[in-house]
Write a protein that binds this ligand. Sequence first.
Ligand SMILES: *[C@@H]1O[C@H](CO)[C@@H](O)[C@H](O)[C@H]1NC(C)=O
Ligand SMILES: *[C@@H]1O[C@H](CO)[C@@H](O)[C@H](O)[C@H]1NC(C)=O
Length: 361
Amino acid sequence: MMLKLFLVILLFQKANSLPRDDFKGSNGLVVIEEAHQNWVKLMGSFNHSLLQKASNKFTACRTIKVHKNPEKGDFVSVQGAINSLPLVNLCRVVISVSAGIYREKVVIPATMAYISLEGEGAAKTIIEWDDTADRRGKDGKPLGTYASATVAVNSPYFIAKNIAFKNNAPSPPSGALGKQAVALRISGDMAAFISCKFIGAQDTLYDHTGRHFFKKCYIRGSVDFIFGNGLSLYQGCHLHAKTNSFGALTAQKRESFLEETGFSFVKCRVTGSGALYLGRAWGTFSRVVFAYTYMDKIITSRGWADWGNKSRDMTVFYGQYKCWGPGAEYGGRVSWSRELTKQEVQPFISLKFIDGYDWLP
Ligand SMILES: *[C@@H]1O[C@H](CO)[C@@H](O)[C@H](O)[C@H]1NC(C)=O
Ligand SMILES: *[C@@H]1O[C@H](CO)[C@@H](O)[C@H](O)[C@H]1NC(C)=O
């Protein structure tokens, strides 16, 4: 393990220690190309050795019903149902939420593992609130992006199905500060979201830390609307931008070469209004891949932004593979993003990217 790390660091230093002058010479270009190929190979070779081994539980030991009408369910709010569970939860609990708009903030503590939240459909069962980062909390201090979330999940093995998470804060004018408004924050490892909706504007989905699977979800926002340092696979999702000016679909925050994180979008659809980057390099080693994805003409031809910091051009990993539609055109993309080869894209397009064969049913 130590040896492996050491080798990785050595290789990386080699790739990173290219003399700056070499950028100009033709020989230099070859060296850079080689370094990049090595880098791509390494990116796909991680076996997530740093992450915990999975032991999920799927058989429910309990079902709790949430209903707006107190006579028809066990609780009238989602948080009410959560609060009724033991702080250390050891078996799968299904919280079934009937149709309706639930105006509340929900927090699931880190010790309450194995919770499933199931609605009656993402158009019918909605949890909503409207906090922004600059709103003051009970202690008089601004909440910050982290605590602006309508629903915050801190525990492992969380599952959500057929339900919508919404932050109703109005879309801020461009350049406004403190208007981040998270609809859902996922900070627990090994979470799955199936047929869910995430609705917001700036910073809609905080894909904070851990391995996550999003399947057939709808995610709407304006700036950085999928952001954080998770290791996540988005499969068959619809990503919808709603911005009058510039926005970014992702802001992935991988900060070091050794972090096993990144976002991969497979067979998704990108639509909306405004001009959109596929991603901005929030972290120095930001990693995002789009494969087999339809892109509407809202994607800027450059495709990616380096957060105004040129040194990140050498360390981010941004790739596309067989994307299509008017926004997928590769010609104008920044030179530091890549059209991946069939071999290079392999590690990013299956459940293996998130060790999913271990913890998904
Ligand atoms: C990752 O695992 C595969 C088998 O699952 C193995 O063949 C490969 O050598 C491993 N890679 C590293 C870098 O350990
Ligand atoms: C640019 O990014 C590098 C790497 O993250 C960082 O060390 C440096 O401080 C950044 N420079 C500026 C001007 O933000």
